[in-house]
Write a protein that binds this ligand. Structure first.
Ligand code: PHE
Ligand code: ZN
Length: 890
């Protein structure tokens, strides 16, 4: 990085490029110490520029330029300039071939962007701007070229050489070297380029598309992992079938490859025909992966596969449009997940993620619209807002247009834009046209940052039999997104709702003026003004409203309700999401009260109303084990903290621990009974049932453990010893890790011995300890940071310790003495010199710093400033830190 202040790129500055690239013929000569890349590019000038000859400026980073040729002739030094991360050629012809040769050093690439090495193999990561670290190029998504790739390497170290598209040639060169050539028939932006070479094995399968194409499926892994690929393969086959069934979308090449690598900054990457995955989202056996891991794999495999249409065939015009592909593809993977397992459980889990991560992001210094207006480093905008809130925005089209209207919109989107690089407005227009709806106001979801608040108030007129519901929308928090000061306007918000009678049955919902009897099922109100009243008629008794069913919009929702009413909905709402949500709201109210009590140093007491409702959930035969476990789990400290004026991590921890223990005391027998039933349950049942059962059993165990008895401790130790699957093993070790016991010490050391050869298991070993409630956790984390198996270089390992402790263990991370903050800053500073993207993600953990008390605020600020003051700071970390410290009007 140069010493000047990094500059922001603005969305409004978008211009098409002066030159386009038709085709890119790349040649890689892979060596131990260095790699040479030759790129032959067919370039032509933009039509409307004819007559004028602007310079051609290709970007390149960390490249050593060896030679430049134009139409076959070596360019003399005065005809081009290599400077400031670019290659510039003055007044080139209208159409020409440019050939460059560069040298790069993959083995020194610790940023894991561009061409790098992982476990000895070669691998690329080009999104968002990694391709420029491979060769000089117009590295922007609106430049779509046809790529071909020739790879030459040692046969011994690189028996396998892969790239996008079809393998068209292979040749033994003698002298221990060999060569292959790949051609991708589909034009694509450079961010979708991929190359992998090394010692890998394939787990193979196939898929026959509905159009009759036989597609070879290959999951490439290190040889020792070849037995851990079946679930990934089966997930891919399910995803391919699902996309045909639900969206009519077929795969378009004869081969689809997935490569699992150990060093990867993100979850996975959708490179055309050659996905590269974090091994965490590929490798699984019951003995190594939990039920949640299995589900994560299915979702991520689906996600990357779905990108083939939403991202690759139709891509983004510029990076500000990222949610065009990510929001849409997350929505698609959510629907896939819902269809593959339980729709209710999937929805609840997705909303939990949104509330814990996105709501927090949107009320802090990194708040931005799903389509941001500016960035310094694009890598900082692969955020929960762009992904998860973006998916909620897509879900709202689906809610407003209905499944069929949404499908027509998707069909039209592909009909109009297949093969092109487009914008979020193009997507919205396809939806509006196909759905015959005016979606101009809906467009504000793309431009306004922050979480809207929707408030509801109802009143019943018994004489008229009318219930009127008033909905208000507002933005209670100041707009923190840097570049906008325009007041935010009313959004178009779908509010799915129903009305219940006093026995919990759904009532007919008829709006004033409607003649036909309304539907009893959920219906969707459209809130488009800052305040609107809806009147429901034909009611003989005061209804109980069930609002924002299925979480129909990404808003905070408030309604004055009695605790009795929440408990009622928690037990009876016909919408599973709203049932769960009512329980969470109730628990949240109580926990916030308890936290206040605890902060005052007074004795806490459990509200019998919640204790009873909890008991009814335990006994409810209509709920599956997963829904039960979700309903029985109290809101996290992270979610609770968002509701506090000033976050008090100690009081929240104390309140939550108190309530867990009090609930366990009250329902001790039932919990123990559920636990033993879960243990006895035969394993020959169907897989979904087994998952529900394990989830409930392990939830019961966690409650039981809070009582601190020998019986529970012994049960956990026995479970750890006998478990035949990682779900049970991990659950037992997690609860043991909270205890001061011999069973805990033995458990951890046994697991270390058993797991030390498997990186993904070692990650669990670090994470479980980093997440422990034990009072000495911070001291243990410091020891673990010096453990020989710890490394900041490997993102998974780094996150398992640093990420878990600093973001999933609030009470210990937020120690009043600031040692947790100092630890995070130390880690970020070290990490930034190797991997800026990963460092920027870690430093974002500081973002909510203004929400703490003045003591913690001062300590936090000091550490953020210390990071910001580092010499040679990356622009990635610079951007996060600058935004975190920016002056605020309030
Ligand atoms: N595009 C990837 C996905 O969402 C995420 C990713 C971004 C991976 C940047 C690597 C680098 O599937
Ligand atoms: Zn994606």
């Amino acid at each position: 990085m140069s010493s000047e202040k990094p500059q922001a790129v603005l969305r409004e500055d978008y211009c098409p490029p002066d030159y386009w690239i038709d085709s890119a013929d790349l040649s890689f000569d892979l060596g131990e110490e260095e790699t040479q890349v030759r790129a032959r590019l067919e370039i032509f000038r933009r039509e409307d520029l004819i007559g004028d000859s602007p310079p051609l400026i290709l970007v390149g980073e960390e490249l050593e330029c060896l030679e430049v040729r134009l139409d076959g002739e070596v360019l003399p030094a005065h005809r081009y300039r290599v400077a400031d991360d670019e290659l510039r050629i003055d007044s080139p012809p209208e159409r020409f071939q440019l050939e460059t040769r560069v040298r790069i050093k993959p083995h020194e690439n610790t940023a894991l962007s561009g061409l790098y090495r992982t476990s000895g193999n070669f691998c690329t990561q080009c999104e968002a701007m990694g391709f420029r670290r491979i060769t000089y190029f117009l590295d922007r998504p609106d430049v779509m070229a046809r790529f071909s790739t020739t790879i030459t390497a040692d046969k011994a170290s690189c028996p396998v050489m892969l790239s996008n598209g079809n393998r068209v040639e292979a040749e033994d060169l003698g002298g221990g070297r060999h060569r292959v050539r790949w051609e991708d028939p589909f034009p694509k932006p450079s961010y979708l380029f991929a190359l992998v070479a090394g010692d890998l094995r394939a787990h193979r399968g196939s898929f026959k598309t509905s159009g009759g194409r036989e597609v070879a499926l290959e999951i490439w892994v290190e040889p020792q992992n070849i037995d851990k690929c079946e679930h990934a393969l089966a997930s891919l086959q399910r995803a391919m079938a699902w996309d045909e069934r639900v969206f009519g979308l077929e795969y378009d090449l004869d081969i689809y490859m997935i490569v699992a690598v150990n060093d990867f900054n993100m979850g996975a990457m959708e490179n055309k025909g050659l996905n590269v995955f974090n091994s965490k989202y590929v490798l699984a056996l019951p003995s190594t992966a939990t039920d949640a891991d299995y589900e994560g794999i299915e979702r991520v495999i689906g996600h990357e596969y779905f990108h083939n249409w939403t991202g690759n065939r139709v891509t983004c015009r510029d990076w500000f449009q990222l949610t065009l592909k990510e929001g849409l593809t997350v929505f698609r993977d959510q629907q896939f997940g819902a269809d593959m397992s339980s729709a209710a459980v999937t929805r609840i889990e997705d909303v939990k993620i949104l509330r814990a991560a996105q709501f927090a992001e949107d009320s802090g210094p990194m708040s931005h619209p799903i389509r941001p207006d500016s960035y310094i480093s694009m890598d900082n905008f692969y955020t929960s807002t762009v992904y998860n809130k973006g998916a909620e925005v897509i879900r709202m089209y689906h809610t407003l247009l209905g499944a069929e209207g949404f499908r027509r919109g998707m069909d039209l989107y592909f009909e109009r834009h297949d093969g092109a690089a487009v914008t979020c407005d193009d997507f919205r227009d396809a939806m509006a046209t196909a759905g015959e709806r005016d979606l101009s106001q809906f467009g504000r979801w793309y431009s306004q940052a922050g979480t809207p608040l929707v408030e509801a108030e109802g009143s019943f007129d018994s004489e008229a039999g009318c219930y009127s519901l008033t909905l208000k929308q507002s933005f209670p928090e100041p707009d923190q997104s840097a570049t906008r000061e325009i007041p935010r306007q009313a959004l178009h918000i779908p509010v799915a709702m129903g009305l219940l009678n006093s026995s919990g049955e759904d009532l007919t919902v008829r709006l004033e003026g409607e003649s036909a009897p309304g539907e009893t099922q959920t219906r969707v109100l459209e809130l488009t003004q800052s305040q609107q009243t809806f009147i429901f008629t034909g009611l003989s008794q005061a209804p109980i409203p069930s609002l924002l069913r299925g979480f129909s919009a990404p808003v905070r929702f408030k309604m004055e309700r009695s605790r009795e009413e929440l408990a009622f909905l928690m037990g009876r709402d016909s919408d599973s999401f709203s049932r769960w949500d009512a329980g969470q709201q109730l628990a949240l109210d109580l926990l916030l009260d308890l936290a206040k009590t605890s902060a005052r140093g007074e004795a806490m007491a459990l509200d019998p109303l919640y204790a009873e409702a909890f008991g009814r959930i335990l006994a409810d035969p209509s709920l599956d084990g997963s829904l039960k476990a979700l309903a029985l789990t109290l809101p996290s400290e992270k979610v609770l903290g968002q509701e506090m004026e000033v976050v008090d991590p100690d009081a929240l921890f104390a309140a939550r621990e108190f309530m867990r223990k009090a609930l366990a005391q009250t329902h001790c027998d039932a919990l123990r009974e559920i636990y033993s039933r879960g243990v006895e349950r035969a394993i020959d049942e169907n897989e979904q049932d087994a998952i529900h059962q394990r989830r409930l059993k392990n939830c019961a165990l966690a409650y039981w453990m809070t009582l601190g008895g020998e019986d529970a401790l012994e049960a956990a130790a026995t479970q750890l010893e006998r478990a035949e699957n990682m779900t049970d093993t991990e659950a037992a070790l997690v609860v043991l890790a909270d205890t001061v016991s011999e069973a805990r010490d033995r458990g951890l050391s046994d697991c270390y011995d058993r797991w030390s050869e498997d990186p993904l298991l070692l990650d669990k070993w670090f994470a479980i300890q980093a997440g422990s409630r034990r009072p000495d956790t911070f001291e243990r984390v410091l020891e673990l940071a010096d453990h020989p198996a710890f490394s900041l270089k490997n993102p998974n390992r780094m996150r398992s310790l640093v990420g878990t402790f600093c973001s999933a263990n609030p009470v210990h991370f937020n120690r009043a003495d600031g040692a947790g903050y100092r630890f995070l800053a130390d880690m970020v500073i070290q990490l930034d010199s190797m991997n800026p993207q990963a460092a920027a993600r870690m430093v974002s953990i500081f973002n909510p710093w203004r929400r703490f008390d003045s003591g913690r605020k001062a300590l936090l600020k000091q550490e953020i400033e210390r990071v910001g003051g580092q010499h040679g700071l990356s622009k990635d970390v610079f951007e996060i830190v600058t935004r975190a410290l920016a002056d605020q009007s309030d």
